[in-house]
Design a protein around this ligand. Structure first.
Ligand code: ADP
Ligand code: MG
Length: 583
């Protein structure tokens, strides 16, 4: 083997590959530079998936004549002077690598003008070498054009996908940046056609509407929690909005779009019990955190972040979401017709319900006690809290339709309750309570059941044994790859115990943020109520009365354990609109 010292050009090309893997990375770096330059409007044009042409124009501060020759040199940055500055960095860039990397593998033109200058400057570079450098008239701000990406690195070019797929990635990244910065007006043109346009009015809801449409925008629930060293704010959508992939889970750390699997997990665990398995929620949340609590310098593309106290952060995220969901009324309204909006009752509309109580803010405040009641902080607020005892008689059960749904009238609203979902929910809560209070009878199995497990699974189960014993299981290790179950909680004996144990193991390894005990209870209660509900379809009016009463007493009566709604509603007003009595 003979050792070579790589020449500068080769070193730069290798480094460039790490920063600018593909056109979307170029777009991301250029927009981030524009944001760092405090722009209020950024326009992006791309052609052929960004491979032949990318142009980013901003109205930011521009680059001084003195600085301009340096911006294309590696490790030249105006944002960082010494390593300690990294601890307090608030700009998106800091490595001084993007422009140099981009210019090394393409043809770059830059036009920049600072407000205080009469003229702007233009520079043209090929493969990192300055070819043209001149003064020209131009608007304030900076335009960077990147042509023929990877024209001199065919090996990299080969790895690019089709134009349309590269364009899709660019659109995706621009959308994320637009969500991260509703205060900046962002326009994206793809092959000359306007693809995205945000107004920069700093209203996140408007940006969400532009990108995701009406249904999501109308089902948003605000998240807003503050801790001594961080803030979680933004929106989630009601659990009725879901997707079978994580693509709707947006989150930003200090204005930076990043990827962190732990945060995805934390968001999902915030929705735990409200969403069907395999479905994922919508979120657009900002995590504002002291810069010295994070390390942004993990990867050249700056898409990863390390946190000083990950577990705490993940718990805070999931708690903030749980709190937002708990304190929002999530009974879906019935869609009256296609033009009619689906509306979710929010606190403001609840105030009328709540009279004479007073409650004006959706915000969960840690220090302030909720104003509407004096007892516990952060207590579940739900519609039934607003049914005072003397009004309970106004709840009229009208009857059943289609063998499944119960019509219930209360004052100005018609509620429609799904009998199965409601029943399941009530049972679930009952079992959950029993498990938690350890007040549970045991049922011996006629024949003990042996469950084979691999070493990881066995390890998990062994850790759970004390907890399982306390809630009515008789379970112990049988061999070095199996356990034996001799008794189960009374409400579970009808189940396939082997499957049950396997499911519990699966459930507890699914969610990282709930405590293990909590997960066991939820997992077991879900199964117990499934067992109880089977074949129990006929229900009398008497039973439904009890069911409604039981529902009224639940903390979260709105969804069954699988996240399906238990009750929907239509107001008198909506009926009147539908019958054209009022417009
Ligand atoms: P970094 O962003 O890490 O500093 P870049 O290579 O992306 O490195 O940019 C180098 C420098 O060029 C920046 O530090 C900044 O001073 C300047 N710059 C780049 N783009 C712009 C822009 N759109 N407006 C103003 N200055 C810019
Ligand atoms: Mg940069």
């Amino acid at each position: 083997m003979s050792i070579n010292i790589l020449d500068n050009e080769t070193i730069n090309k290798i480094a460039a590959g790490e920063v600018v893997e593909r056109p979307s990375a170029v777009v991301k770096e250029l927009i981030e530079n524009s944001i760092d330059a405090e722009s209020t409007a950024i326009t992006i044009d791309i052609k052929d998936g960004g491979i032949s042409f990318i142009r980013v124009t901003d109205d930011g501060c521009g680059i001084t004549d003195e600085d301009l020759p340096y911006v294309f040199q590696r490790h030249c940055t105006s944002k960082l002077k010494k390593i300690e500055d990294l601890d307090i960095i608030t700009t998106l860039g800091f490595r001084g690598e993007a422009l140099s990397s981009i210019s090394v593998v393409s043809q770059v033109e830059i036009i920049t003008k600072r407000k205080e200058n009469a003229l702007g400057k233009r520079m043209y570079l090929e493969a990192g070498k300055v070819i043209e450098d001149e003064y020209i008239g131009s608007a304030d701000g900076t335009t960077v054009v990147v042509k023929n990406l990877f024209f001199n690195t065919p090996a990299r070019k080969k790895f690019l996908k089709s134009n349309s797929s590269e364009a899709a990635q660019i659109i995706n990244i621009v959308e994320k940046i637009a969500l991260a910065h509703p205060e900046i007006s962002i326009k994206l043109y793809v092959n000359g056609k306007l693809r995205l346009s945000t107004s920069g009015n700093n209203k996140l809801k408007d940006v969400i509407y532009t990108i995701y449409g009406k249904e999501i925008a109308q089902n948003l629930i605000s998240v807003d929690m503050e801790f001594y060293n961080m803030k979680i704010r933004g929106y989630i959508a009601s659990p009725l909005i879901s997707k079978n992939s994580r693509s709707l889970e947006n989150y930003f750390v200090n204005g930076r779009y990043i990827k962190n699997y732990g945060i995805n997990n934390a968001i999902e665990s915030g929705f735990f019990g409200r969403m069907m398995t395999g479905q994922f929620p919508f979120s657009c949340i900002y995590i504002d955190i002291a810069p010295d609590m994070i390390n942004v310098n993990i990867h050249p593309a700056k898409m990863e972040i390390r946190f000083n106290n990950e577990t705490e952060l993940f718990n805070i995220i999931s708690d903030s979401i749980k709190e937002a969901l708990r304190t929002s009324d999530i009974i879906p309204d019935i869609k009256v017709n296609d033009n009619q909006e689906i509306k979710f009752k929010d606190y403001n509309s609840m105030v009328s319900f709540a009279e004479p109580f007073e409650f004006n803010s959706r915000k969960f405040e840690i220090e302030d006690k909720p104003k509407y009641k004096t007892e516990s902080i952060g207590k579940q607020i739900n519609i039934f809290d607003y049914v005072p005892k003397e009004k309970e008689k106004n709840i009229k059960i009208l009857g059943q339709v289609f063998g499944t749904y119960w019509l219930i009238e209360f004052e100005e609203t018609l509620f429609i309750m799904d009998q199965h979902a409601a029943h399941e929910k009530v049972l679930f809560e009952k079992f959950l309570l029993e498990f938690k209070s350890k007040n549970i009878a045991t049922q011996e199995l006629l024949i003990p059941i042996q469950v084979n497990l691999n070493s990881i699974e066995l390890d998990k189960v062994l850790k759970l044994i004390p907890e399982l014993l306390s809630i009515g299981f008789d379970i112990e290790q049988y061999s070095n790859n199996s356990i034996i179950v001799r008794a189960v909680p009374y409400n579970m004996y009808k189940l396939n115990i082997k499957e049950l144990v396997e499911d519990i193991i699966k459930d507890i390894s699914l969610d990282k943020s709930l405590s293990t005990n909590e997960k066991i209870y939820i997992s077991i209660a879900t199964k117990a109520c499934k067992a109880a509900i089977k074949g129990n379809n006929i229900i009398s009016e008497e039973e439904i009365k009890t069911l409604v009463k039981e529902m009224l007493e639940l903390d979260n009566p709105y969804q069954c354990p699988h996240g399906r709604p238990t009750v929907i509603r239509m107001t008198k007003r909506e009926l009147e609109v539908k019958f054209a009595r009022i417009v």
